[in-house]
Design a protein around this ligand. Structure first.
Ligand SMILES: Nc1nc2c(ncn2[C@@H]2O[C@H](COP(=O)(O)OP(=O)(O)OP(=O)(O)O)[C@@H](O)[C@H]2O)c(=O)[nH]1
Ligand SMILES: [Mg+2]
Length: 253
């Protein structure tokens, strides 16, 4: 009989050199940053996972970078790494920029606006370890997941985007437009290189390409909470861009 505790211990031994580089892209997140970092530190320390947090701020006018510097003093420059850029250059390139400095063998991508709760990172790491997965995706659309604080229009847009994509591309993952995910570093590098889209459709393309390259994907149900501080940026043109990107992927993959 295989003892469960024994298996857990063996996995822990195998994974003792693992390190998680958490990429936090920020644009005007001065209120959210101290809270998200406090939570990440709390949950990573509690679960005894080695980690670093890479903050990629794109010249936020609200002083996010200054806040990040103060947090670096508090938590140490081995834990908080600052890789700012001069101006707002978009999320996709922010990930590419951040990953260059990552020293971990795993990368976690998440939003800094408290929509993604850090308590799910250890759950993703655990699932990854058990099944040696290439990608673990947080999902709002499977057992136990959910969305809080979105109005009807926003829910409809997100649901429809997922629904259409499921039908057109059959990706085999339930949350395509979400961006809370854990990747093996080399897998993420390959995916980013192969992705052509920008904006919202980028998250979807990543998971579609992952499927295309036969990477193994697991899912962890997450609850998603709408941002409390700061401005939302979903607009009509973003929705149009998404539809365009979806059709492009449909035609090319
Ligand atoms: N570095 C960088 N970060 C960005 C940029 N655009 C957005 N972000 C950050 O990326 C994350 C996701 O962006 P959000 O604005 O929350 O996007 P969203 O969740 O789709 O929309 P709302 O939360 O409704 O505004 C947040 O942490 C933002 O601060 C950018 O151009 N550069
Ligand atoms: Mg957000």
């Amino acid at each position: 009989m295989v003892n469960k505790e024994e298996v857990k211990k063996n996995i822990k031994e195998l994974c003792k050199n693992d390190k998680y580089s958490i990429l936090l892209p920020t644009y005007n997140e001065v209120e959210n940053l101290p809270i998200i970092i406090w939570l990440i530190v709390k949950y990573m320390e509690e679960s005894e996972l080695a980690y670093e947090i890479i903050v990629i701020d794109d010249g936020s006018p609200d002083g996010t970078l200054n806040m990040a510097k103060q947090l670096q003093h508090v938590y140490g420059d081995d834990k908080i790494i600052l890789k700012p850029r001069e101006k707002k250059l978009g999320l996709g390139t922010a990930y590419m920029h951040g990953i260059k400095y990552a020293t971990g063998n795993f990368i976690v991508i998440m939003d800094a606006d408290l929509s993604h709760h850090p308590k799910f990172i250890p759950k993703m790491a655990e699932l990854q370890r058990y099944l040696n997965l290439d990608v673990v995706s947080g999902t709002r659309y499977a057992q136990g997941g959910g969305v809080y604080g979105w109005d009807f229009k926003r829910k409809l847009v997100s649901r429809s985007a997922n629904f259409l994509t499921q039908i057109l591309l059959r990706p085999g993952a339930s949350d395509l437009t979400g961006s809370f995910r854990l990747y093996k570093k080399d897998v993420l590098e390959k995916l980013i290189q192969s992705c052509v889209s920008k904006g919202y459709v980028f998250q979807m393309e990543m998971i579609i390409r992952a499927r295309q390259f036969n990477y193994t994907i697991g899912e962890v149900p997450i609850t998603f909470v709408d941002r409390v501080y700061g401005q939302s940026k979903l607009s009509g043109s973003e929705i149009f861009q998404f539809a365009k990107g979806l059709l492009y992927l449909f035609a090319t993959t």
